[in-house]
Design a protein around this ligand. Structure first.
Ligand SMILES: [Zn+2]
Length: 207
């Protein structure tokens, strides 16, 4: 997929969500690849700062004892990040459909809520991915701003800079459940607030 390696992602595909609609001066924080060992620390910071976020989870990691209940109670949204994080573009249509179906079923089974948003692993998708997601009533969500947090171990200031130098109305921000992201998060939220932005979620159900 051209265009998803840099910080600012440009999608010309109307089937892919990169921004919150009609949000005004607001952004959407999204955390991929959990639920993992940094989730509790992320939730503590979000609570402290009174900020909602979206979590895109690999359903293979969703053991019932993960704090999914706290995520929902504190006003966050859980989406699908597939079962086991394959590159969807290497799978057939029916394999992609099965991956999405199983992930949605597992999230529903554990949390009681059927996901309405899906983020493709590695940001990789093709027409079959979009078609499979749509057939399961999942909206495919990319991002507008990639923090590149996965490349910036021990460099929280660079994570903050990547995001805050590219803020725009409605922008969806890509983060991960990683140690360096936990380090960056309080400063990141404060700087986004200082620039006059609020935090919102994508509408559920989708508009
Ligand atoms: Zn991922």
């Amino acid at each position: 997929m051209a265009g998803c390696d840099g910080i600012v992602y440009d999608s010309h595909n109307p089937a892919v969500v990169t921004a919150a609609p009609d949000s005004g001066k607001a952004v959407v924080l999204t955390f991929d690849d959990g639920p993992g060992k940094y989730l509790t620390e992320i939730l503590d910071i979000l609570k402290q700062e009174d900020v909602p976020a979206m979590f895109f989870w690999q359903s293979r990691l969703l053991y019932p004892d993960r704090p999914w209940k706290r995520v929902l109670e504190e006003g966050h949204l859980i989406g699908s990040h597939s079962v086991r994080h394959p590159d969807m573009t290497r799978l057939s249509y029916s394999e992609q459909l099965a991956e999405l179906q199983r992930s949605s079923d597992r999230l529903t089974e554990v949390t009681g809520i059927r996901p309405v948003y899906f983020r493709p692993p590695f940001g990789q998708f093709n027409d079959s991915t979009l078609h499979a997601a749509a057939s399961l009533e999942l909206r495919t969500v990319m991002w507008r701003i990639a923090s590149l947090d996965w490349e910036l171990k021990n460099r929280p200031d660079d994570i903050i800079k990547n995001v805050t130098e590219n803020l725009e109305d409605g922008a969806i921000i890509l983060l991960h459940e990683l140690a360096q992201t936990v380090q960056a998060l309080p400063g990141l939220i404060r700087e986004i607030k200082r620039k006059g932005y609020r935090f919102v979620l994508l509408p559920s159900p989708p508009s």
